[in-house]
Write a protein that binds this ligand. Structure first.
Ligand SMILES: [Zn+2]
Ligand SMILES: [Zn+2]
Length: 314
């Protein structure tokens, strides 16, 4: 079972990221980053700390390329940022496996902004359409991640049979990369939906119900997709590996990964009587949840159309 406590926006509580301003650095693209913290960050029980220690490694690993939009940059701070994805430990450095390279434009979308700009008028339809496009791409990312995760038991088994870790290392790298990409993509959609929610009151009252219906369905799709991600991560846990960094670990109550500090998922819902993990059942659930996501997508398409028609009318 996923132990994270989702909040309304779908993001986990407890490890909310607080942006740290780069010291004495003014970014020409987006100004002074994180110069002040939004209220909700001040309220959250989070310490800010230096996750930037590993950034050179992270940029190099990601080939200096934004993992969301593919923009190639040179270095921080002019064109690239490192961004922490998923749950992160509350203390210490953020492990490299939880950091991802993003360009300044994508970083700006993700940054918890104290002055969330509203979207209105003619921009609203473009914003909704782009949000649907980004979320559509996220569904493919989630499906890819699920497929990588569900192939892990076989990869581990053949590594044992062949007595070589070469293929396994490649599978693990693929898993970690796919997981970062998918969580980043989900975070970006959440950020867009938050901005849309903030815009609701600025929208013509005739259009508001259609916008609310769209937002509600998009949020439901987000929840379903995060469920698929959590179940796919549980495959790693079932193999006695950390679902974030993939270090070996013991499955037990309330354990955190000694390598990266993530709280280990519980597998109790997926265990046979003898304590081994019922991967078949876990895989079937992942598939069913993914199918549910594609049904929600159909509803979302309808609601996007309705909203588009109303925006054209007003
Ligand atoms: Zn980007
Ligand atoms: Zn770990």
């Amino acid at each position: 079972m996923d132990r994270r406590q989702p909040i309304a926006g779908g993001r986990p509580i407890g490890a909310r990221w607080v942006p740290v301003p780069p010291r004495d650095v003014v970014d020409r693209t987006i100004g002074v980053v994180g110069a002040f913290l939004p209220q909700r960050c001040l309220r959250s029980p989070v310490t800010s700390r230096d996750w930037r220690a590993d950034r050179a490694f992270v940029f190099d690993r990601d080939a200096f390329t934004c993992r969301h939009c593919g923009t190639v940059g040179e270095d921080e701070p002019t064109s690239l940022r490192s961004y922490p994805v998923g749950d992160i430990s509350l203390e210490g450095d953020v492990h490299e496996s939880a950091l991802v390279t993003v360009c300044c434009a994508c970083f700006t979308v993700l940054e918890p902004s104290p002055s969330t700009e509203t979207v209105a008028g003619g921009d609203l339809f473009d914003f909704v359409r782009d949000t649907t496009r980004v979320q559509g791409g996220t569904i493919s990312d989630v499906a890819d991640f699920a497929s990588v995760a569900t192939s892990l038991p076989d990869s581990l088994e053949s590594a044992v049979d062949d007595e070589t870790d070469v293929d396994l290392d490649a599978s693990v790298a693929k898993y970690r990369r796919a997981r970062r990409d998918v969580v980043l993509a989900l975070d970006l959609v959440d950020a867009r939906l938050e901005r849309l929610a903030a815009s609701e009151t600025a929208v013509d009252s005739d259009v508001r119900p259609a916008l609310a219906a769209f937002s509600e369905t998009a949020a439901q799709l987000q929840r379903t997709l995060r469920e698929v991600v959590a179940s796919s991560e549980t495959v790693a846990t079932g193999l006695d590996r950390c679902h974030g960094c993939f270090a070996s670990l013991e499955r037990s109550e309330d354990e955190t990964c000694p390598n990266c500090g993530l709280v280990v998922h519980q597998t109790v819902d997926w265990e046979h009587d003898d304590g081994t993990v019922a991967f078949d059942r876990l895989f079937a659930t992942i598939n069913e949840t993914l199918q549910g996501a594609s049904q929600t997508t159909e509803t979302l398409t309808d609601r996007t159309m309705t909203l588009a028609e109303q925006l054209v009318d007003t």
